[in-house]
Each structure stands twice: as C-alpha cells, then as structure tokens.
Design a protein. Structure first.
Lengths: 64, 267, 267, 64, 267, 267, 64, 64
C-alpha cells in the first residue's frame, strides 16, 4: 500500500477511516484520493483498503 | 473606480484586475494585510501532501475569509499533464472549487510550461467541468488553441516565475493580445507596479502577482502599490494613449514669445 | 493616500507628486476636468504677448481656481539666458508668483536645454528671489551645480518634449538621483502612467506631464490614470521592491507535491 | 518705439495708459515692461513714453 | 577567421554562421552578389506551384552555384502539419536535398508557428529521413521536445518575420540556449548586424537573415555587414565578455594624478 | 575594407573607427596583441607622476610602436578645467603630441564629466593649439558649443566608464548625431561588439573601448571582435537599413503554395 | 482531376507525360506529385492518370 | 619647495638637473613642469630652483 508516495504497512481489514486515525490526520480541510476516487474531507467513506491501493492525503497551503 | 469596467472569468464578474498568490509570505498576518491592501478578488493556493503523523496546525483556509475571495488552486510542481489533472481533482475535492490555475512544468531551472502537455491537460479538465486558467509562454497560436479548448483565460508569463525581471516578453505579448477571445492575464515575473501598468496599458485584462509582494520590504505597502499600478494601467488603456512622436513638440505655443530684439548666440 | 508622505519645494508642502501642464488642451472645460482628475497641486503656464487690437477674451487665469494650485510659469520659447530672465520677470509681474520653470532652449528640433545658459540664468533668478525649477538634460554634474546655485528642484527630461516616448534616460536619471539634495522632477516625454511609475520607483520625487494628458483620447481619464501611476510608483519606492533574480524561483513550496509514482517523460 | 516686437508710431506726449487704450488692451491680467521696468496690470503707471522705448505687453496662457 | 570554430548541422560542417534567404530580392544579380558578400553556406528557398501554360523562364536554381551552398527548402505558406509534410516531400523531389526548414504557420498576421503542429510534422519528417530545422517561438520546453524528436537544429524567432524589429525575445532566447543539445539558429526579425551580433554573443550558434538584406538600400553591402556582425558576435562569445558593473570604474590609474595643490570647487 | 570610407580627425585621415585605451591590461604583451588585433590607429594613454626614488622600468612608450598609432593622451583624474589644462600641457611635453582627450570629472562615483568646466578647458586648449577630443555626456547643445569652440570631435558616453553596460543613452545620442559638424565618437561603457555596432549603425563615426577589451577573458580575441563589430556597424550604416514593420511580412511569396484541398483546422 | 489546386478536364487515356506536354511544362527542375507519389523532374514516369487524381507540379523559387 | 605634490627639502643653489639626479629620475620619456613652464625630458634646462617652486615630474602610462 502506498500513502503520499511512501510505502505503508498494509494489514488485513484496514479501512480508510482507520488509516487516517492511525496517521493522526483529522479530516477537516483535507482531501483524499484512493486510486482514481477523490473525496472531500467531509465525505471520506470508511471504505476497506487493499494492498495495492495508492492513497493521497492532501491539504491547501500558500502558493502562487 | 470604474464600477462599470468589470472583468468576467468563468461567468463570474470581478472589479479588481489584480490576482494575488499566497506563497512566500512570512506569516498569515502579513498575508492577510497584503490581500486586504491589494483589493484582490482572486487568490491562488497550492495543494500539498499532509505531513503524516505531524501535529495539526492552523491551515491557510482558516486564515482566509473565503466569502471575499475566489480561490484559484494551482497545479504548481506538476511535471506532466497526468500529474496536473490529478492535482486539479484533489484541489477540487479539498476546496469544493472547480477553478484551477493549470501549470505543467517539466523544467525546474526556468519553470517554463510545456505547451503540448498544458493543452492536453486543459482539454481533459474542461471536459471534467473545471474552469481552467492555463499558465503558458506568450505563444499566440497556443493561446488560440487553449481558447478553442474552452479555457477561461490564458496566462502568459512576463519573465521567469519569481524573478521580478518585469515585462520582458512584450513583443510576444502583443501577439497574444491581438484578437484574443478570452481574458489575458499576465502571470509570473512582474517585479514592480510599473510592470503591471505596462501589461494593462498594452491591453492585458489582468495580472497575477505573488513574489513581488511577498518579498517586498513592506508587503502590505507593495500590495497597495500594485493595486494602484493595475488601476493606472487599465485607466490609461481605456483613456487611449497619445501617439508617440519621433521628435519634440512644444507644450507651449510657439508664437508670441517675448523675444529680445537681437538674441545673443546661445551658450 | 500617504498623508505623512509629503513633497516640499521652495518651502511649500505638497501631497501630490504630479505636476500638470496647461498647454494643448482643446478647451478650458476639458483642462479643468483634467486638473481636477489629476489631483495636481502645481500647474505650469506660459507667458505670451497680448495680440494687439484683438478683441478681449476670457483668459487662462479666469479658468483656473488659483486658490487650489501653485502656479508655475515657464520660460518656454526662450533661446538664451537673457530672454529667460526677462520672461521670468514678466511672469512674476503678470501672476504675482515668484516661481519659474526655467527653460533655455536654443534648439527648435529637439527642444533640448542649454546647460551653460540654464545655469547662468538660474544664478541670476535665484539672486532676484525667484524659486527656480530648471528644465535640464539628465546631467548629474550640472544638477549638483544647479543645487549649489540655489535651485528649488532639478527637472531632467525622460525623452524629447511632447514625444511621449517614455523614460528613455533611466541610465542617466539614476546618476542624477544618486545623492541629490533637492527634489528631482522628471519632466518631458512621459507618455503613459507606467512611465511615471518607473520614474517614481527609481526614486524621483515627482513628474510633470502635459502632452500625454492633453493628447489622450480622454484627457480626464488619462489625468486620473497618471495620478494613480504616480501614487503606485511612490508607494512601491516606499515599500522597497524585491531583489531581481536571474533564474526562476517557485511561488509554491517544492516539497510535498502529489507526484505520480512514475511520471511519463514530459511531452 | 517698439511694442511687442513691432515698431509702433511714436508721438510727442504719448503715455503708457494712452498707449494701452489705443491698443485696446485692458490692464487686468496683463503685465507690462518698459525697458527694464516691469509692471503688474494693476499697477501700471501712466508714465510718459519715449521714442526709443521697448515695450512688452504680455499675458498668461496655457503651457507645459 | 576561426578555421577551428565550425558549426555542424545534420552531420555537415560549416564555417559560416550566417544563413541567407533568397526571397524579396529585386533580381538574381543582386541576390547572387548578396550571397557572395555574406559568405553564407546555407541558403533557403521556397516551393511553389508552376504557373500553368506560362512561358518557361530561368529558374532560381539556374541562378545559384549549387556546388557552393547547402540548399534549405522551407515549407513557408503551410498552415498545417499535413501541408508542411507534403511540401517537404515535394521539395525533396524538386531538389534532391533532404533538408527542410519546417514552417507550420496558421496565423497570417504575425506569421507565428504552431508548436503542436510543428512538433507533429517534425516527428513525421525525421522518420522519413529528413534533416529538419524547425521554425519556432523561443519556447525552451518545445525546443527540448524537438531535440528529442531528432531535429537537427531549433530556430527560434527574434521578432515577427520580415519586421526588422531586432532581437526582442532575448529573455526567452536565453532559456532556449541554456542546455540546448542542438545548434540554436535565431531566425526572423533581425534588422541590423548588431541584432545578429547580440544573438551570437548570447550563445546562439547561427542566424538566418533575408528581409534585412533584401530590403536594404544596398543589399550587397548589408550582406557583408551581417557577415561581419555574425563574426563579431561569435568572436566575442568565444573571448568571454567582461562582467558588467553597476557603477563606474576608471580606465586610468587613480593614483599619481598631477593634481593642483588646492583645486577650485568644480563648475 | 572600405578604403574610400575614411575618418578625418584634426586633419589626419584614419581607416579604423575603433580607438583603444591602454589601461587595465595585465601586461604589455597582451596589450600589444590587443592593439594589433583591433586594427586601431588611435591609442589613449594617461599622464601620471613619476614615483620618486623608484627604480627605473620599461615604460609604456617603449612598448608601443609609435610609428603606427596616433597617441591620444587623456586628462583622466582631473577634477577641474585648471587641472585638465595643466595635464594637457604636461602630456604635450611628455609625448610631443598635441592631441588630448579632455576629461574634467569632479564626480568619483559615476565619473561623469562637468559640462561647464569641459567647455572652458576646451576653449583654452584650442587656443593653445591642441587638437581637443572632449569626453561629455550625450548633450546635443553642449556638443554644438564644443564644435563652435573648435573641438576636433565630441565623445559622448554610452554608459558609465568601465561599466560595460552598453549603449544605454541611445535616445540622447541620436540628438547629438543629428546635424553634428564634427566626428562623434562614442566613448565609455561599451561592453560587447554589438554595443559598438549599434553606435555605428546609429551614425556615430567611431567608438573608443578599453575595459571591455582589457577585462575580457581573452583580450586579444575581444579586440578582434570589436574590430569586426565596428566594421559591421559602419557597413550597415552605409548600406542603409530596411524600414521596420509593425507586423510580419513573409519572406516567401504568398501565392502558389501547394495547399491541400481542405486543410484541417490548425492545431 | 485536379492540377495545382484547379480542376482540370480529364480524358480517357491521359498520361502524366501527355499532361505536362499540354500544360507546356518542361520537366527540368520541377517536381510532380500524383496523390502520395512524388517524382523528381528527371524521373517522372509516363503513368496513366485517373479522374480523381490530385496532381501537383512545383518548382523552386526564392524564399526565406 | 613642492615636488609631485609632496614638500621637498630646498637647499641654496639647487638646480633642476641636480634635483632629478638626487631623485634618481632619468630624463628620457618624462616631462617636467616648474610652475607654468613645461619641459620635454630631452630639453630640461638646468635652471636654478627657488624655495616656492611647484615642480611636477610625469611620465606616460596606460590609460583609457
């Protein structure tokens, strides 16, 4: 499993909410992608994850 | 100033012609002051990965009064059309806004955009319902192609991003402006308000500034200076400049000067 | 805009840094509108012989609200120091004002001032109690000599009078500004507000404009545009511009970009 | 006598006021020079003129 | 002049860095004189339809000593990649030469090339074994793509074709030159030899000129002038220019000046 | 190159239009090589006090083939007319040459000449039989006064001495050239051959270069480069440049292009 | 049949050489295309032409 | 006595040639001024010097 470009240990039964909890990420003002599915922070589903998932967790910062 | 002189992008109407970036500011307080002083209505932001396991902190969006500004997320840092499209989708998910400042920049030294990748990404994003503002070199043929692809504006560069070298591409900018069907927003490289005024005087519809404000000794004062420069350039464009002359032409009447009967030879 | 940022000339304090000429306007109504829109506080006028036996007519002074403007009579048309001194005396008699914009111009094609004659006339007029604002080429050594002679400002040209060619003498202007002891007012040749902003950004204290306003398609709009350009340039000078870079510098952080695992080769 | 750069017929006993009258010049908002003497319109003296006087009568107009 | 300093394009070695076009000359005699005086080794030509039923006449090829020049047929007038590829094939058939100056120009007013169409046509022509010299805007990313596609050079414009406005794209040209893997030939818009010298001084490998020579009062003299300008610019590039200074630096030693004991105050 | 195209100064005829200074060279060997490569015929030198009690050493004059060059001693370092006149007399005694490059420079930071002091010294030196070549700012009125005073040339600056910033005073140089009655020699600030070519193309009669050659990585190569640049600019001036156009103008005929029946929409 | 962008009367049995003759085009220093076949002047075949052929006959001229 | 801007000890009977000798200056390729008199190296007179003389001894060097 890959999270934000880094390999991440996968375990059987891991869900997206559980992953965010263990990564200590609060869903406000972030967005999440699992493969080609894109979720606003407020509507992140608690979907089960799979070993080959590519997950992206992003936020807005200052930029030009 | 000219209430009737408005700028329309993606169906939205703006009275300010100065877009501001939010990068490089020392702190949110200075940034807010600069946004305020600039009178801007369109503000660019970037998308970055959350630092995992890092302690939470106040975010940019908490620092912005979102009711006052149209957010314009960018795809800065993306090297390919594919990366840019994905970042645009992440931006939409993160902000709820479907505007995107499209940057496809393979070159790290000059940060110059890829014309082919930019066009391909623009076509894809327009199809997905984004309001697309692509960053490009001042290429009039590419600009027309981006128009046909449904882009909301075209954003040609004045000089390399963050260089503050000013409007060095005026010779090509005039070809982009000539017959443009969407607003032309001069982006990147402007260093002082006279650079912005030049762009507006030439017929550009707006400018985007970030480094010139954020790196000024007094960012708030410089933000106000750019606001004035943009207004000056636009007002001059609307007022119609005088025709240039090759030689001199006196401002005072030539006749009736109280000459002395026999002037000495000058000097 | 910056109430505390004032310009002092000849002991008088001004808040506007834009001087306006009154030549070449199609009528007094347009001229008054332009003066109003420009926010100017210093207005130049010329001295000419009365047409003998001509019917009387309303004069310029009747058209100006003299309580609002510092009159600045010029010696335009004078070819020698002697003619200029005599016209300055006539101007003082006609207006009761002892300010004079000193022009000693032997050359009818380029309307360029005579440095030696200008210095000689300035010395004479200062001795007679005039507040002298000499029109000169951007010559730093001459500028220092005029300072020592007691001139209230030095007024170097941007390009030939009435040409609208803009600030083409920046390389020499910076030497005039460097260490100047009196206000430097860039006069002649400015065509658009960005020209004026450039002069102020470089450190000039004020500019004088006439043809660029009077010959604009909309003189009143252009007067306002120049007012904004001058304010923009001054605000930028006070705010301290960013340092120029040779290369690009990203406005958005380089780290944390949501890259794709294996980016295609761009383009 | 020269007035505004032009020769002008001189006659015995001519004064400055008389000259202005015959030239149809009202003294408001003009200035007059007789040789090296300069007079505001409001304070033009009725001085006698002489044949070799060089006289200048000027007003303010628009200029840059 | 520098026998060891050669330019290699498509495997061929040249000592001249000045390419000359053959358009717009009043007659073949003047054209031949200009080619001679320029010392050029690469000459562009165009392909046009034979006027049907028109009487035969001496052709350009009869007027050229083909043993001395590398012919470079262009695709001028083609609006699309398809037209350009077809004209390149016709040119090869007509000349036996497989070099082509690729022009894909949809825009009649500014004659600016289409980056996407140019790249597509270049890929096709390289595959067909042509030596491809594409005419482009000064776009560094596109230039790298054309390199990867196998083009023999990249030919960025200085200003619009035939305008004689000179090197107005220097800000972007330097990004094209930076790290280029094939010779960069500045094409279009050069008006005087100093324009050509500037391009070579900046690091360009060669220039192409046509209108500036053909429309000079004395085309043969101007051809020689450009030859000298190109040599001057190349020699300066090889010799390494001095570093610019912001201030002055005396050329004569500061010490030991025979000063007077007590100098008067200057002026 | 143009044997018939000669430059006459002070009654002497020259075929080279490049004057070279002898300051700042690392050694006499390099200096001689540069003089040789430049083809110059006029060489400037300075006057300095002998170091008392210092061991004798080979002097500059021993290093120069005086039969080939017109020596042009300067008054560099003089702050006033009086100092300059005295140094000119010392120079004449030391060299037997009555030419002098007149420099009256009170300002140490920008090394700008004093117009009034320069004119006064010029009048004195002409009266004493000197051939006077005054260094001045590009002031057309002063230039005419120096002509009337009997100067052999006028030498306006391109940018500050030794700065290598190039021809930044073109706007004023054109006024000096317009109607000049003596040769105009552009002196100071030229950095690369294209700068020199620009001056000659504009109508200047010659240029003087020192730092740009002495501080080049390869002074001999740069000397040759300047020689070529000066020849290029002069040849272009004589050949008559094309008229500039605002828009593009095709170099190949518009008619007869082998178009495809139905071109696709470009891009 | 189309020749150099213009419609051209086709007749049964017309060949390329015959066409060039009737158009008064000498094959030196020209090139000919019939559809996607390109021929140098010196090697133009005497191929039969068909009604829908698109024919291009070009030469080299001065250009930049 | 002043020589090249520096005070120089004067002694009774000192001449210009003597001064140059004691300063170790060979007259080739120099020029000398005594007050307003200017002498090429080859024609320097052996004139007596006086206490208030201002003397300049110069040579040619590289300059622009």
């Amino acid at each position: 499993m890959q999270v934000n470009g880094q390999p991440h240990p996968y375990r059987e039964g891991l869900t997206l909410h559980a992953l965010l909890r263990e990564l200590n990420v609060s869903p406000e003002r972030v967005a999440v992608a699992v493969g080609d599915d894109f979720y606003p922070g407020a509507r992140i589903p608690d979907r089960p994850l799979e070993e080959q998932d590519v997950i992206e967790i992003v936020r807005i910062i200052g930029g030009g | 100033m000219f209430p009737q002189d408005t700028l329309t992008i993606g169906g939205q109407v703006f009275t300010s012609r100065l877009m501001l970036g939010t990068g490089k500011f020392t702190d949110f307080h200075v940034m807010r002051g600069a946004l305020e002083a600039s009178g801007t209505q369109i503000v660019t932001v970037a998308i970055r990965r959350v630092e995992l396991k890092a302690p939470g902190h106040v975010g940019l969006l908490d620092a912005l009064d979102l009711s006052r500004y149209q957010l314009l997320p960018n795809t800065a840092g993306c090297r390919t059309a594919e990366e840019a499209v994905r970042v645009a989708r992440l931006a939409r998910a993160a902000t709820g806004v479907n505007w995107v400042k499209l940057e496809v920049i393979p070159d790290p030294r000059w940060l110059l955009p890829d014309p082919v990748g930019t066009l391909r990404a623009a076509e894809q994003l327009v199809e997905e319902g984004f309001t697309v503002l692509p960053y490009v070199q001042p290429d009039a043929v590419l600009a027309r192609a981006l128009e046909r692809a449904g882009c909301a504006t075209v954003m040609p560069l004045a000089s390399p991003i963050g260089s503050g070298r000013g409007l060095r591409t005026g010779e090509l900018l005039r070809t982009v402006l000539d017959g443009a069907g969407v607003p032309i927003v001069v982006d990147a490289g402007l260093g002082v308000p006279s650079d912005a005024a030049q762009a507006l005087e030439a017929g550009a519809d707006a400018v985007l500034v970030n480094t010139a404000v954020a790196e000024a000794r007094d960012p708030v004062g410089m933000a106000q200076a750019f606001a004035l420069g943009v207004q000056a350039g636009r007002a001059a464009f609307l007022a119609g400049r005088m025709a240039e002359r090759d030689h001199a032409s006196p401002s005072s009447p030539a006749a009736g000067v109280p000459r002395l009967p026999d002037p000495e030879v000058p000097v």
